[in-house]
Design a protein around this ligand. Structure first.
Ligand SMILES: Nc1ncnc2c1ncn2[C@@H]1O[C@H](COP(=O)(O)OP(=O)(O)OP(=O)(O)O)[C@@H](O)[C@H]1O
Ligand SMILES: [Mg+2]
Length: 496
C-alpha cells in the first residue's frame, strides 16, 4: 500500500509549521523522517493518521484521495501512528487493548470468542517476537512494553502503514536494536510501510531505505539512505555545517570545595549504598544500564524520594530528609528524566514555565525583579534555541524536543550551584544537544557542580571529568576522564 502526503500545509495561530510538504510512503519500505526540534515531523505524522486536519493538501492511498477525520478513520484505511504518549487504555488488559474493536470470529458484534482471541494474540506474538502477558493491566507496563502493545494493536487491525514517532527515544540500546530489526522485518517480510521519526541519525541511516529531511516545515530532500551520511543529514536539517564534537570541560581548579556529597545512600533494592562527591566546577557522570539506579540516586540526592539510609550534603550543609525545597534552597536543581510528567505545567505559557523554578514567590516580585526575570527567561530561551509558536503560548504547543529544552531551561534561569541532570538531551535534536552540552560544560566552568546521568555512554564519557558506573544500585567502577571507552564502561555496567 502506498500513502502519499500531497502538498500538505498547516498553520497554528497564523504561524505556518508545514509548507506544502509532499512525501510518499511505500509498502515494504522503511522511510525515515528527520529534522530539528520543531521542524514539523510530529505534525506531519498526526496529519497522516487523521489526528489533526491539514489546512490544505491531501492524503492519497494507492493513488486515491482519502479524507481522514480521525485516527480511527485512518486505521480503517490501514494507517496507524505509534507515539510515546500512546493511545492505549491503561485500565484495560493487554489483550483488550490489542483486540478490542477487532472483529472476533463469527460472534455477533460485541461478543468475544476467547479461543479465537488467544489464537490471534499468539499469532501476533509470533509475528513480532513480543512476549507480553495478555492479562496484564496495560497501565502497569513499562513504556517499552506499552509501545509493544501499540504496535500489536496496529497489527491486529491490519495496519499496512505504521508511523512511529521517536519510538527508540525511551528504549535502552538492546531493546532499540530489537525494535528496529522488527520494523525491517515487517517491511521486508510483510510488505508493511514504515515511517520512522528519530533524532538518532545513525539508526535512521542503518534502518531506513529512504530518508526525508524537513527543515522549518519545508521539505528539503528525500533520498535513498545508501547515499547519505550523518553529517550530510545534519547539514540538511540545520541548513549549515554543524559541530557535534563534545566540548572539552575546563580542568577542576585545585582546592575546589566539595559542593555535593552523598554517603551510604540507600533505598529499597534500587539504590544500595551510594557514596560520592562532586566538587565545584566538576562534572561527574553516572553511567549504567536501565534499572541500575542512576535516576533513583539523583532523586534521593534531590530529596524527591526519602532514603532508607544515608546522608546528603549540599554546599556543606545537611540536606537529608528536607525534601526538594531544602535541596533547592541550598542551590540544587534536578532536571528530571520524565519531562512531561515532572517538568512542565503544559497549560501555562512557556515563559511562565521557564520562570517558575527560578523564583518561588513570584507574586511578591517588584517591577525590577519582573523585568530581570523576563530578561533571564529570554536569554535562556535563546541559549537553548527554544522555538515554537511563541513563548507566550501554552507549553503544550511546543514540539516534544522544545518542551525538553524548556525543562532544562527553567533550571538554568535559577542559576543552580549543584546541577543534577537526568538524561538532559533525550529527544532533542543533535544541534540542540550540542548546545546543551556546551551549556553544561559552561556551567561547570563557572563553578557549578554537575552530576550527569545518561544512558548514552558517549555523552557521559564526552562531558565528564570522572565517570561512575552504576550496577544493581551500587557504584561498580569509576574512571577518570580519558581512562576508559564505551566498551569498558558497558562491561562494568554489566552488558555482556
Ligand atoms: N497545537 C499546536 N499549537 C500551536 N503550535 C503547535 C501546535 N502543535 C505544534 N505546534 C508547533 O508546530 C511546530 C512543529 O511541531 P512538531 O511537533 O511537528 O515538531 P517536531 O519536528 O516533531 O519536533 P520534535 O523533534 O521536537 O518532536 C513547532 O513550532 C510547534 O511549536
Ligand atoms: Mg515531535
Amino acid at each position: 500500500m502506498d500513502v502519499a502526503l500531497e502538498r500538505i500545509r498547516k498553520s497554528y495561530g497564523g504561524t505556518a509549521v508545514l509548507h506544502e510538504v509532499s512525501v510518499t510512503l511505500r509498502g515494504g519500505r522503511v522511510h525515515g523522517l528527520v529534522g530539528e526540534n520543531g521542524a514539523g515531523k510530529s505534525t506531519l505524522a498526526r496529519i497522516l493518521c487523521g489526528a489533526v486536519p491539514a489546512d490544505s493538501g491531501h492524503v492519497a492511498v494507492d493513488g486515491a484521495r482519502v479524507s481522514l477525520r480521525s485516527p480511527r478513520d485512518a486505521l480503517r484505511r490501514g494507517i496507524a501512528l505509534v507515539t510515546q504518549e500512546g493511545a492505549i487504555v491503561p485500565a484495560l488488559s493487554v489483550a483488550d487493548n490489542v483486540l478490542l474493536g477487532v472483529p472476533s470470529g463469527r460472534r455477533p458484534r460485541g461478543l468475544r470468542d476467547p479461543a479465537g482471541d488467544r489464537r490471534r494474540l499468539a499469532g501476533l506474538a509470533r509475528r513480532t517476537g513480543f512476549d507480553l502477558d495478555p492479562s496484564a493491566r496495560a497501565g502497569d507496563l513499562s513504556s517499552a512494553h506499552r509501545q509493544q502493545v501499540e504496535i500489536l494493536r496496529a497489527l491486529a487491525r491490519g495496519a499496512r502503514l505504521i508511523a512511529l514517532d521517536e519510538p527508540t527515544a525511551l528504549l535502552p540500546r538492546s531493546a532499540a536494536a530489537d525494535l528496529l530489526r522488527l520494523l525491517r522485518e515487517l517491511a521486508g517480510r510483510e510488505g508493511i510501510g514504515i515511517a520512522l521519526i528519530s533524532h538518532r541519525l545513525d539508526e535512521v541511516l542503518e534502518t531506513c531505505d529512504v530518508v526525508t529531511v524537513l527543515r522549518d516545515g519545508r521539505h528539503v530532500r528525500t533520498a535513498p539512505a545508501a547515499g547519505l551520511t550523518r553529517d550530510g543529514l545534519l547539514r540538511d536539517m540545520v541548513g549549515r555545517p554543524v559541530e557535534v564534537l563534545y566540548p572539552e570541560p575546563e580542568p577542576v581548579p585545585d582546592g575546589a570545595p566539595v559542593m555535593l556529597a552523598a554517603r551510604g545512600l540507600s533505598r529499597g533494592r534500587a539504590v544500595r549504598g551510594v557514596s560520592l562527591d562532586v566538587r565545584a566546577g566538576e562534572i561527574v557522570g553516572l553511567a549504567g544500564l536501565v534499572g541500575s539506579g542512576r535516576t533513583e540516586t539523583l532523586r534521593l540526592i534531590f530529596g524527591a524520594d526519602r532514603p532508607d539510609r544515608g546522608e546528603v550534603t549540599i554546599a556543606g550543609r545537611p540536606a537529608t530528609g528536607g525534601g526538594p525545597s531544602r535541596a533547592m534552597a541550598l542551590g540544587a536543581a534536578l532536571v528530571p528524566e520524565s519531562r512531561a510528567a515532572q517538568g512542565l505545567v503544559l497549560v501555562r505559557p512557556t515563559t511562565e514555565n521557564l520562570a517558575l523554578a527560578g523564583l518561588p514567590d513570584r507574586r511578591r516580585l517588584g517591577l525590577v525583579r519582573r523585568r530581570a526575570e523576563r530578561r533571564a527567561v529570554r536569554e535562556t530561551a535563546d541559549a537553548l534555541g527554544i522555538r515554537g509558536a511563541g513563548l507566550d503560548r501554552p507549553a503544550w504547543t511546543l514540539s516534544g524536543g522544545n518542551q525538553q529544552k524548556s525543562v532544562f531551561g527553567k533550571w538554568l534561569v535559577r542559576a543552580p550551584r549543584v546541577l543534577l541532570a537526568d538524561e538532559p538531551t533525550r529527544g532533542v535534536d543533535l544541534a540542540a544537544k550540542a548546545r546543551i552540552h556546551r551549556l553544561i560544560v559552561g556551567m561547570a566552568a563557572q563553578g557549578v557542580a554537575v552530576l550527569l546521568a545518561s544512558s548514552e555512554v558517549e555523552e557521559v564519557l564526552g562531558l565528564a571529568h570522572r565517570v561512575i558506573v552504576m550496577r544493581d544500585g551500587r557504584p561498580a567502577g569509576e574512571f577518570p576522564r580519558g581512562a576508559a571507552g564505551a566498551e569498558e564502561v558497558l562491561a562494568v555496567a554489566g552488558l555482556r
